[in-house]
Design a protein around this ligand. Structure first.
Ligand code: SF4
Length: 390
């Protein structure tokens, strides 16, 4: 699934406003796509594998079964699932049904970025996360943010976060999904100020604004009001099976009540197992070809904003913030330096963003940190229990 670089004009001859589209997947990415460009896109309906939601409505559109596509070939398809294994499985299923990748179907990121530019004159980014602290309430052995390995356990300076936001949003017109992540972001002592700063200055440039939490900290009343004022959602990773007293059903019920009362939108995400990303201190020993294969299988599309740079993968961002990866070990084209980016024309910035954000076109064919991360694709079949504590 290696993505070729394609000119915008070529792209627009295939996926343009005259076509009608079917979204595959009732996901938060479908919602952010609709929020970004739904008003200029002809969406016929949504399909989903979950038969229980077929016939119902999602984000204002009818949900139909995937089988519907076999008898209705009029539309182009947009995959709205970003989890590597699911996304790749949908891609293969569509190919078996006779659809051609990047001709009959493509991915939500392409539409947010290409359409944002073509039809809305915006430099649009599908997803960005910003780690704000490496402090956490839990000590998960296989923490995806590499907290057990973190050499720097600290809160990032508010001034530094503000500087990053300013450097980013002075050029980027729209970010479909923007997330504050940790560690545990609710431990960040100046969270209210940070949310206010983003809310006052950049909220109109953000679609979905989310705080990712492990659900172990109840936000204060004052913080709740700020979160509501700026429409900040909660994404709560449910660790209830790990047996830690802070992740008990009682704790989660308490949080649910607080969020319901204050009208903060939230999603509880419960998974049965975690993928084991491996030891980030240990190089894999894989050949270049094997690393390309690993990257192609994973291509995690979580970009991350830290220290005036955009990192291509949240896992690299996590390792960097934990102090166990450095920019020096990355290839030059893997990181966007926002100060350099500032000196480019809007057209040049767009090309760079598309290369980086949509086409995943890196000179090596992978990013250097893939050598220390087993990835989330189907090639990695190693799983661990959710939230096992150290
Ligand atoms: S660093 Fe890991 S998660 Fe990121 S793209 Fe490479 S294999 Fe995937």
């Amino acid at each position: 699934m290696r993505q070729e670089t394609r000119q915008i004009a070529d792209w627009m001859t295939i996926f343009n406003r005259e076509e009608t589209y079917v979204l595959w997947g009732c996901t938060e990415f479908a919602e952010s796509l609709i929020a970004s460009i739904g008003d200029i896109m002809k969406i016929a309906y949504i399909v989903d594998r979950n038969e229980q939601i077929c016939g119902k409505s999602f984000a204002g559109y009818e949900v139909k079964s995937v089988k519907q596509l076999l008898s209705d070939r009029r539309h182009k398809i947009i995959i709205t699932n970003h989890y590597p294994v699911t996304r790749n499985a949908i891609c293969e299923e569509l190919k078996r049904m006779g659809y051609q990748e990047n001709t009959d179907f493509s991915y939500y990121q392409y539409f947010i970025s290409y359409w944002g530019w073509e039809y809305q004159q915006k430099l649009a980014v599908p997803y960005m996360e910003m780690p704000i602290t490496t402090l956490c309430t839990l000590r998960c052995k296989k923490c995806a943010a590499y907290m057990p390995y973190a050499l720097n356990r600290k809160n990032r300076l508010l001034e530094s976060l503000k500087a990053d936001l300013e450097r980013y949003f002075c050029n980027i017109d729209w970010t479909a999904r923007f997330r504050l992540v940790g560690g545990e972001p609710l431990l960040y002592p100046r969270l209210k100020e940070l949310v206010e700063y983003i809310g006052e200055n950049y909220r109109q440039k953000i679609g979905e604004f989310t705080l990712v939490t492990n659900g172990t900290v109840i936000p204060t009343e004052e913080l709740q009001k700020t979160l509501v004022r700026y429409h900040v959602n909660f994404f709560i990773s449910d660790y209830s099976s790990c047996g830690h007293p802070l992740t008990s059903d009682t704790q989660y019920d308490k949080l649910r009540k607080v969020l319901d009362n204050s009208k903060i939108k939230y999603v509880f995400s419960r998974t049965l197992r975690w993928i084991d990303l491996g030891n980030p201190l240990q190089p894999s020993g894989l050949t270049k070809e094997q690393l390309i294969e690993r990257y192609e299988d994973c291509k995690l599309d979580r970009r991350s904003l830290i220290d005036g740079m955009i990192f291509p993968c949240g896992q690299l961002g996590n390792a960097y913030i934990a102090g166990i990866a450095s920019v020096k070990e990355c290839a030059k084209d893997e990181i966007i330096q926002l100060d350099v980016f500032n000196r480019l024309s809007r057209q040049e910035m767009l090309r760079e963003l598309l290369r980086f954000d949509v086409e995943n076109a890196f000179e090596n064919g992978y990013i250097a940190f893939c050598d220390r991360c087993k990835g989330e694709g189907a090639l990695n079949q190693e799983y661990v229990a959710v939230g096992e504590q150290l």
